[in-house]
Design a protein around this ligand. Sequence first.
Ligand SMILES: *Cc1c(COP(=O)(O)O)cnc(C)c1O
Length: 404
Amino acid sequence: MSAVAETTLPDVTGHFGPYGGRYVPETLMHPLQELEEEYFRAQHDPEFQRELSYYLKEFVGRPSPLYFAERLTKELGGAKIYLKREDLNHTGAHKINNAMGQILLAKRMGKTRIIAETGAGQHGVASATVAAMFGMKCVIYMGAVDCQRQELNVYRMKMLGAEVVPVHAGQKTLKEAVNEAMRDWVTNLRSTHYILGTAYGAHPYPVMVRNFQRIIGDEARAQILEKEKRLPDMLIACVGGGSNAIGLFYPFLDDKSVKLVGVEAGGLGIKPEQHAARFQGGSLGVLQGTRSYILQDEFGQIQSTHSVSAGLDYAAVGPEHAWLRDARRAEYTYATDDQALEAFMKLARLEGIIPALESAHAVAECMVRAPKMSKNALLIVNLSGRGDKDVAQVADKVKLEMPK
Ligand SMILES: *Cc1c(COP(=O)(O)O)cnc(C)c1O
C-alpha cells in the first residue's frame, strides 16, 4: 500500500509519484503557471461550476445513460454488463466534457482564439464545436495521415468554422500534431488557449483534464448504486492518452473492491512499431511536457506506432495511469486490431450500438473477462464514443455482402 491515497495526487508540482511534471521550454513555463492558477481558482468557484453544469446538461446532453447490455451479457454468459454511453454525448464522444470545461476557462481568461491537436478527429470536432458556440476563432492541428483516415471529421470541423492544418512532419499522426499546436501556442500566447485533448502533457493538463472527465465516473457510480444497490466489480476502458479511462476510474480509486482495467492498442501484435501498448515494451521517458511510459528505442528516439484506431495511436500514456499501474491499483492490457474489429461488429449486431474503434478495444476486453466472471458480478464498460467516423475504415477491413 502506498502511503499517499491515490486520490490526493498529483502533488503541487504536478507529479504522480515519479510521473508527470512540467518539462517544457522556458517560454511555456509562465503560461502554464497562469493556466494552473486560473484553473484551480475556477475549480473552486461555484459560479464556474454552475456554468459548466449548465452547458453539460443543456448542450452536451448529460447525464449519459448507464445501459444494461442484456443480449451481450447473455451471449457472454458471465458478468452483468453495463455500458456507460459517452457515445450519446453531443458530437459523439467523451471529448466534449473536457473541451467544454476548457473553453469556459479560456473565456474566463479573456482568450479569443482556440487551438487544439486531434488524432481521430473527435477532439478536433469537440473543440471546433465549443469554439463555434462561444464565437471564438479555432485552429486544429491534425497529422496528414489522420486527415486522410478520418476525412469525415475534417469536414465536420470545417463546417463548424475551424481551420484544419494538416501536419506533414514525421509519422504525420497525433504526436506531430501536438508539436505544431505547442509551436503555435508559444507564438500566440496572449490571444490563445490550447485545449489539449487528453490527460497528458505538462502540469496542469493531466489533472485538469481528469477533473473535467471525472463526471463519467461520478455519474456511473451514482447510476450503478441506484440500479444495483452496490458498487461494480470491474470497470473497463480503452486508454489512448488516458482521459476517458481516468474519468471513469477516478471516483472509484478509493473503492478497493472495484477492479480497474485499462486497454491499450495492441495493433498487429506486440512487436516493435506494430502497436501502441505503452505498458508492453514501453519505458520511462519524457515526451511533450510530461514524464511517463513511452515507446522509444534504446537511443530515446520515439518509435512509430500502429493501431486501427487513430485515437489510441500515440507513443505515450498519461502519467496518472503509469502511477496507478505501479501502485497496482489499475491493471493494463491490450486488444489487437482484429479483436477490436470483432468486438465492433459484435456490439453492432447484439446491441444495436456501433462503437468507436477506440471503445471497441474496451468491448474486446469485456468479451475476454465477462465469461470468466460469475453471473452476479457487475462490469461497467466505458463506451467512449460512437463509430460513425469509423464506418468507411471498417467497411474496408470487414467484407459485408452489398446489394447489387
Ligand atoms: C480520443 C478518443 C479516445 C482516446 O483518448 P483517451 O484520452 O484515452 O480517452 C478513446 N475513445 C474515443 C471515442 C476517442 O475519441
